[in-house]
Design a protein around this ligand. Structure first.
Ligand code: OGA
Ligand code: NI
Length: 332
């Protein structure tokens, strides 16, 4: 093998070019201006192309100009942080070992991947079905998280439509089911890193839905992009949202897109809040490979599964692996 194509030479070149031009676009997570989706068809087609390229190369991207006001985003982070500041007794009413509870609060590693984080998880779409179960304290919680959830659900619909069209599926594919589909919010609270701690707040994992949309109060999210398999920190660009691919989009796309492995690192400068919104079909609806993406040359790669199947899988997932690995059809 010539020296210039040996793995260590290429690795050192990659490192060098990264060190010399850290802001060069191919090294930074793609940022998509979502407002351009609503422009003329040619512009929309270009944005869709950019989104799908980001999904293939990175498994994630950031969105700006998504139409959610700064005050709604700030309000959601404030409500989350006020919830975590409540006394233990207000939070512990939501603690349960039953992962099927509609609202769940916990402080550590019952789920196998949490380290230092505490979290509150609950459903959000359709809002009128779920808001009655949400915390009543802080008193603004339901209003602020509700406003944010509705806006994020809207953005998730736009993104799914763009991604599925980018894969060659017809406009509005699955739209009705997505409208009624599940939205699952995970509010995460991470302490500031101190030197005695493990740096990891949340161990590497992928999310099970189609898409996750994440709002972070400060940096801490790291991703393993598909194109180069090394951890990359995701900056907290003011006003931007981070979007990544989940296991069920890998299934729906018949493996054309892959779910993104990510983790959270404790921030040395401050405690950190993030709000992850996970979007999928309704709980009992099985997600299958889109039949339009299966043919003689592209056999079906995954078995169908629902969110309930995912919940059944969780307790058996002791050595953490992606849910989608358990769905692969042998020999396909
Ligand atoms: C999650 C998650 C990342 C973060 O909640 O699934 O990956 O930065 N969160 O909190
Ligand atoms: Ni996650």
């Amino acid at each position: 093998m010539p020296a210039c194509s040996s793995p260590s030479y290429m690795a050192s070149q990659a490192w060098l070019s990264q060190a010399l031009s850290p802001s060069q676009s191919s090294h930074a997570v793609p940022v998509i201006n979502l407002g351009r989706l609503k422009k003329d068809p040619a512009t929309r087609a270009l944005v869709i192309q950019d989104i799908v390229r980001a999904c293939r190369e990175w498994g994630c991207f950031q969105v700006v100009n998504h139409g959610i006001s700064k005050s709604i985003m700030k309000g959601a982070l404030e409500a989350a942080s006020e919830f975590f500041e409540l006394s233990a007794e207000h939070k512990e009413v939501f603690t349960s070992t039953d992962i099927r509870q509609p609202v769940r609060y916990d402080t550590s590693s019952r789920d196998g991947i949490s380290r230092a984080r505490s979290f509150l998880k609950h459903y959000a779409n359709p809002l009128e079905d779920w808001v009655q179960f949400w915390p009543m304290y802080p008193p603004t919680y339901r209003k602020k998280i509700g406003e944010y959830a509705v806006e994020i659900q809207r953005v998730s619909m736009q993104l799914m439509d763009a991604i599925l069209q980018g894969l060659g599926l017809r406009p509005m594919y699955l739209q009705e089911k997505l409208e009624k589909g599940m939205q699952f919010l995970a509010l995460n609270n991470y302490p500031q890193f101190s030197h005695q701690d493990d740096r990891i707040g949340l161990a590497p994992h992928s999310d099970y839905g189609f898409l996750t949309i994440l709002l972070q109060s400060s940096p801490g999210l790291e991703v393993m992009p598909h194109k180069d398999n090394s951890w990359k920190a995701i900056p907290a660009i003011p006003g931007a949202l981070h979007v990544h691919i989940g296991d069920h989009l890998e299934v729906l796309s018949n493996g054309q897109l892959k779910s993104l492995v990510h983790r959270a690192i404790l921030n040395p400068a401050e405690a950190r809040i993030s709000i992850a919104s996970i979007h999928g079909l309704s709980m009992d609806e099985k997600v299958n490979c889109a039949k339009e993406l299966v043919d003689d040359h592209h056999p079906k790669l995954y078995r169908g599964s629902s969110f309930h199947d995912f919940l059944d899988f969780l307790p058996s997932n002791i050595e953490y692996k992606r849910f989608v690995e358990s769905l692969k059809i042998d020999g396909a």
